[in-house]
Design a protein around this ligand. Structure first.
Ligand code: ITT
Ligand code: NA
Length: 185
């Protein structure tokens, strides 16, 4: 089957394809800019986005909204992650964190799938922000994030290694499980 993924982020697309194509799902990218409201949670951002997009397609589609939540900053950048990545970038985050002992952070991903109604799938991965970038793979904040129990940053992992433990990989696991249950006729 084929499924529409609305995103402009190539890194997300690669991860989603790597996860779903072995399950027989062909992922079609659509770059439709949808409004990302300033909300308190990723779930609200996703719900608003899906609602805005739902009349745009005549077949099921999904979106992914993600964020990096840093404990010492009370969860910032969180829902503002895309803006902060564009403006401060990894170097900016590292500078803000110089001298901070509490390096704890987590990534969260919320997938919103629409098939006439909205279904949400979530994944979280805990870890820490290291003090220098490491690795060339992945995208976004991957070079500064060391997941719990790992010696490699996300940027030092292959896509499939990252998918096994990442926020998005976990959300995709939930999504795939749901599809398997609900698409069987
Ligand atoms: P869309 O078109 O799918 O909305 P986006 O890049 O705007 O793509 P988000 O709104 O979800 O995505 O913004 C999240 C920000 O966090 C963005 O700057 C990403 O680069 C970053 N990010 C999201 N997932 C990440 C991951 O798995 N690893 C590293 N950084 C990530
Ligand atoms: Na976005």
């Amino acid at each position: 089957m084929r499924m529409i993924f609305v995103t402009s982020n190539k890194g997300k697309l690669d991860e989603v394809r790597s996860y779903l194509s072995p399950l027989g799902i062909e992922v079609i990218q659509k770059k439709v800019e949808y409004p990302e409201i300033q909300a308190n949670t990723l779930e609200e951002v996703v719900a608003f986005g899906v609602n805005w997009l739902k009349d745009y397609f005549d077949e099921p589609f999904f979106i992914d909204d993600s964020g990096l939540f840093i404990e010492a900053f009370h969860g910032f950048p969180g829902v503002y992650s895309a803006y902060v990545y564009r403006t401060l970038g990894n170097e900016g985050i590292l500078k803000l964190m110089v001298g901070l002992e509490n390096r704890k952070a987590y990534f969260k991903s919320v997938i919103g799938y629409y098939d006439g109604e909205l279904h949400l799938f979530k994944g979280i991965v805990y870890g820490r922000i290291i003090d220098q970038k490491r690795g060339e793979h992945g995208f976004g904040f991957d070079p500064i994030f060391l997941p719990e129990g790992s010696t490699k940053t996300f940027a030092e992992m292959t896509t499939s290694e990252k998918n096994k433990i990442s926020h998005r990989g976990r959300a995709l696991t939930e999504f795939a499980r749901w599809l398997k249950e609900n698409l069987k006729k």
